[in-house]
Design a protein around this ligand. Structure first.
Ligand code: ADP
Length: 167
């Protein structure tokens, strides 16, 4: 259990894992931040598949192939926009991690990498988000048959320091 979570820093699109998670928006039709980076690296076929999915509710997740990415799959999840913390943000963010890991389990995926969902333009406070991420991953991973390795990918030193402090 102690080696379930691994911290890494850098660009999630470079990782050779069974799935990378995309911090997408409700349309699933691409955006800025990590979403833009994933679509650029995966190529136009990813957007074509996303168009068939009919969007994605906040706190839920959908899976596609990885196309030109080293990762075999992309799990698209939509984090909450931070509105001060009384709008169910914590539960929605936890749900993103759980639903993504549930999809991974259903597809028998062993290695999954997450960006810091909602920690960019969606404005979730980093410390609070990192706590939710770690707790949700640890809780889910006690399920038999779930993922073996979860990479928490930090894009920048600030996120890395927050996660280091908590792990
Ligand atoms: P959100 O809309 O959910 O806040 P963002 O893409 O704006 O999503 O940011 C989510 C997190 O992803 C932020 O911590 C941001 O620094 C990080 N990020 C941006 N680009 C990449 C990348 N290429 N690889 C990994 N993480 C990234």
């Amino acid at each position: 259990m102690n080696n379930l979570i691994e911290l890494t820093s850098g660009d999630i699109t470079r990782l050779d894992v069974d799935a990378i998670v995309n911090a997408a928006n409700n349309s699933l039709l691409g955006g800025g931040g990590v979403d833009g980076a994933i679509h650029r690296a995966a190529g136009p076929e990813l957007l074509a598949e996303c168009r068939t999915l009919g969007g994605c509710e906040t706190g839920t997740a959908k899976i596609t192939k990885g196309y030109a990415l080293p990762a075999r799959h992309v799990i698209h999840t939509v984090g909450p926009v931070w509105h001060g913390g009384n709008g169910g943000e914590q539960e929605l963010l936890a749900s993103c991690y759980r639903q993504s890991l549930l999809l991974a389990k259903q597809h028998a995926l062993r290695t999954v990498a997450f960006p810091a969902i909602s920690c960019g333009v969606y404005g979730y406070p980093l410390q609070a988000a990192a706590q939710v991420a770690i707790r949700s991953v640890r809780e889910f991973a006690t399920d038999p048959g779930s993922v073996e390795k979860v990479y928490l990918v930090c894009f920048g030193d600030e996120m890395l320091e927050v996660y280091h402090g908590l792990l």
